[in-house]
Ligand binder design. Structure first.
Ligand SMILES: Cc1cc2nc3c(=O)[nH]c(=O)nc-3n(C[C@H](O)[C@H](O)[C@H](O)COP(=O)(O)O)c2cc1C
Length: 222
């Protein structure tokens, strides 16, 4: 699965089967998080993998009683270390960069989960104090987000997303192009891909038919 496909098909999954997630998949997901960008390559994050039933249940409760989370066999709690970023970048580092890069790591891990055939959900609604207590966090770190991971037991409909034309400008606020649809609409990407794939398929079929005909002709001659 290429990256764009993973981005397109990823859905927030809130219903999981009880199938275990292979350990090597968890490691791959954590590795992906590790490769995410961070200001000055600070990597001021920690990823806490939680598999113990009781702990996942406590986390679900601390996430405003989102009980569906309990079913997910794995939680990854993403922790930021704002002090490390503050040392280099001041308040911008602790308040902005730490949040942004942990967000980037969360998304990278979720996309990796998708590419491995796993479902995931980003959970941002939690009682920070409770999560700190459950995980025994020191004072100088904070909770940036929780990812649930497991095999999906639902296939949610894709939620409505705004059209690209509605979320993008060119060159300035409200900057528009006359007819952006002809080259940036979502369909242009997919149409191109579909046309390319259809061409490939047509070539393949053409080759096969040609082979069959020549075989038939040879057979008839003999
Ligand atoms: C910062 C953030 C916090 C979120 N918190 C929650 C949450 O607490 N519970 C939940 O069920 N989904 C949560 N979500 C998932 C969103 O609801 C979901 O991404 C959105 O509805 C779009 O659906 P999609 O992910 O399938 O595209 C969160 C997503 C983000 C980015």
């Amino acid at each position: 699965m290429d990256v764009f496909e993973a981005i397109r098909v990823r859905r927030s999954i809130r219903k999981y089967t009880d199938q275990e997630v292979p350990w090597d998949n968890i490691v791959t997901i954590l590795q992906a998080g590790k490769y995410s960008p961070s200001a000055g390559n600070l990597q001021n994050w920690k990823f806490i993998t939680v598999k113990i039933d009781g702990k996942r249940s406590a986390i679900s409760q601390a996430c405003m009683q989102q009980e569906w989370m309990e079913q997910a066999p794995v939680h990854i709690v993403v922790i930021g270390e704002p002090k490390k970023a503050e040392r280099f970048y001041g308040v911008r580092g602790s308040r902005l960069y730490t949040v942004q890069q942990c967000g980037a790591a969360i998304q990278t891990m979720m996309l990796t989960a998708t590419s491995l055939g796993l479902g995931s959900c980003w959970v941002g609604a939690f009682d920070e104090y409770e999560i700190r207590r459950i995980l025994g966090l020191p004072e100088d770190v904070n909770v940036q987000g929780i990812i649930t991971i497991g095999y999906a037991d639902e296939q949610p409909e894709a939620p409505p997303k705004l059209r690209l034309e509605h979320v993008m400008y060119f060159d300035k606020w409200f900057g528009r192009l006359e007819n952006p649809k002809t080259y940036i609409g979502w369909w242009s990407v997919f149409n191109k891909r579909t046309v390319d794939e259809t061409k490939k398929l047509a070539k393949k079929v053409h080759k096969k038919v040609k082979e069959k005909i020549s075989k038939r002709v040879k057979k008839d001659r003999n």
